[in-house]
Design a protein around this ligand. Sequence first.
Ligand SMILES: [Zn+2]
Length: 407
Amino acid sequence: MDSINSIAIEYVKLSLAIGQHCPNYVDAYYGPKQWQDEVSKHPLPQLSSQAIALISDAESIGKLPDDNNQIRLDYLKKHLYACKVYIDILMGNTLDFYSECEALYDAKPPKYDEPHFDKILTELDALVPGSGDLATRFVNYRQSFVIHKDKLNAVFDAAITEARNRTLQYISLPENENFNVELVQDQVWTAYNWFKGNSYSLIQLNTDINIYIERAIDLAAHEGYPGHHVFNALMEKHLVIERDWVEYSIYNLFGPTSLLAEGSANYGIEVAFPWEERIAFERDVLFPIAGIDPNESELYYKVLKLMSKLAYADNMVAQRYCDKKIADNQAIELLMKYTLCTKERATQRLSFYQQNRSYVITYNFGQDLVHEYLTSKISSGSAQELWHEFTALLARPKTASMMQAEL
Ligand SMILES: [Zn+2]
């Protein structure tokens, strides 16, 4: 075990060193403060050699008799490979989009193109009221579901209280766990969870763009309960504190943990709010707080459910854009058509692609994979069992190929 521990320590230090070359790389760190204070900016080729040496050390360990340690080692190896690839990317050796998905996120998402999405657009076309082309009609229709800025705090508070209560029924969290919500502007994302350690998160909401009513539950569950905040708090409790597995005290954004982080945060929305319960809660509680007509909820959620089938269109556009197959204006047009958004929102999404590239697949493919993995684990279909397996996965994370190997 000593050898895994020492590789884990070096992995954390290497990750901190990569972070010196890329400000978004280290998403969360709450390991020894001294390591963070001591880190200096080493040249990338030197970091690359360190990564190669650590990979070779990890590979020389071989098979372990204990399952827990084997999962730990496998998980650590995948992260070391991703570190090596990310250093290469920083040195200018970019990969094509789908090779990057595999190298950084250990993931092979399915690929779809226009004909797949056109069928869904045809169904939506029949459902969305109003006049004009579908994207314009949808954008106009959606206007009546925007949460007014003065109502944002009240709606979000109600959503997060409900998400937290539902989660605490099934997951026991550290007593001191808590978070703060801050409204911010000028970001490429809509919301972000910054986990600070000691079971505390800062959740930021970007108010630059319209926040629609359904986003309250999405964000409360995704960023908070049982999403990022809970995932980080569980890893800290079970792995960092109880087992002293220091590698879990750092979270590298461009690495395999992100697929589970975003995938479980997205799937967690459905775990905490099964569809019919969600619609009832939104209609009866959130719509009135936001001052939106609850009678409009039925059709709206029908449209949204259908729209969720367009999720992979994001990957299609991101792939073509990152692989330089299409220019900015073509990417914006495709996004407006296939994700039914405004030009402003499409432009914001391009900034997200520039900053995060193939990270986009962690949301949709991550969600589908976590769903598939958990479905394969449960036999009764009871909420209790689903929450149990969901919690087990968050407390002992697996990468995409590790989950797929069990399907
Ligand atoms: Zn997220």
